[in-house]
Ligand binder design. Structure first.
Ligand SMILES: Nc1nc2c(ncn2[C@@H]2O[C@H](COP(=O)(O)OP(=O)(O)O)[C@@H](O)[C@H]2O)c(=O)[nH]1
Ligand SMILES: [Mg+2]
Length: 286
């Protein structure tokens, strides 16, 4: 097990988060789980299932603009085969969110049927949003709620502790995302979270991280890598060699002609996160 400094306060924080999610659960009909489409499993909280005790779940494969389209489809099929309702979305532009309402209705079909039988057709459906830091929970809520959010807050008598955002006449969202933690214990999970920027760079060494990313990209997306930096690479080439090549190709040299590897590393990470290398998914369903 690798020690990442930030996991030292993990247990206490986690307990508080779990308590908060549990306290809100009785108020909602379904849970919306936001995942990063580039690393769906790694950006998932492994405890969520037991935490939400069988509440219907809608999975949002977010940031799908940065992920490989065919891989996102595979992930969607995979989660659907587990009985989950799935949409792919880009919460920065709002693309894909038009499918959200119908996804909720399909996830809650049996509840809606029951309501209808009880003569409570059109009863408001309540939803809670959860996910690990940086997956786009706030972007998701803001995108869906948009202007409506301000209106709800302006209404007199609306409690400020539990903010409900009205999405439509029959759907409301809890305006307080549940922040969960990813599974840090697994080295490769931690690494992927660091690649995408979910773990802050101050807890990892940028050069080591960039070397690992380059190694992985050379394995999975060699064409994209060589095209972006106009370099030639070998199969299984050492990450540090790759970093040197990138730095050289970009003219990132210090006096004496050595490559400024720190600058090269920052560039690689920034460009990967900014989608400059293309649409990349770092893991596939097994
Ligand atoms: N490319 C892309 N970036 C996104 C998307 N959704 C969110 N982001 C970015 O991801 C970062 C974290 O988003 P935020 O909503 O604050 O995440 P939170 O921590 O889960 O609330 C921000 O820089 C967002 O602009 C998306 O669908 N595509
Ligand atoms: Mg947020």
């Amino acid at each position: 097990m690798t020690e990442i400094p930030s996991i030292q306060w993990f247990p206490g924080h986690m307990t508080k988060t779990k308590r908060m999610i549990k306290a809100s659960l009785p108020l909602v009909d379904a849970v919306v789980e936001i995942l990063d489409a580039r690393i769906p499993e790694s950006s998932r909280n492994p405890d969520l299932q037991s935490l939400i005790e069988g509440k219907p779940r809608i999975v949002v494969l977010n940031k799908c603009d940065t992920a490989d389209e065919s891989s996102t489809q595979k992930w969607a099929e995979y989660y659907r085969s587990q009985g989950l309702t799935v949409i792919a979305a880009d919460c920065r532009s709002g693309k894909g969110l038009n499918k959200f309402a119908s996804a909720v209705k399909s996830a809650l079909a049996s509840l809606i049927e029951k309501n209808k039988a009880k003569g409570m057709e059109g009863r408001v459906l309540h939803l809670m949003v959860v996910g690990i830091p940086n997956v786009g929970k706030s972007s998701f809520i803001n995108r869906l709620a948009g202007q409506k959010k301000a209106k709800v807050e302006d209404r007199p008598g609306v409690t400020r502790t539990k903010q409900w955002v009205k999405l439509s006449d029959d759907m409301e969202l809890l305006d307080m995302p549940g922040v969960l933690w990813p599974k840090f214990e697994d080295m490769s999970v931690g690494e992927k979270l660091a690649f995408t920027g979910a773990i802050k760079d101050d807890v990892v060494d940028v050069e080591t991280l960039a070397c690992r990313l380059l190694y992985v990209l050379n394995d999975l997306y060699r064409n994209e890598l060589t095209a972006r930096y106009k370099i030639q690479t070998e199969e299984n080439e050492d990450g540090y060699e790759l970093l040197q090549k990138v730095g050289k190709a970009r003219g990132m040299l210090v006096s004496g002609g050595e490559v400024n590897t720190e600058r090269a590393a920052i560039t690689v990470l920034d460009e990967f996160r900014g989608g400059k290398l293309g649409r990349i998914t770092l893991e596939l369903p097994t």
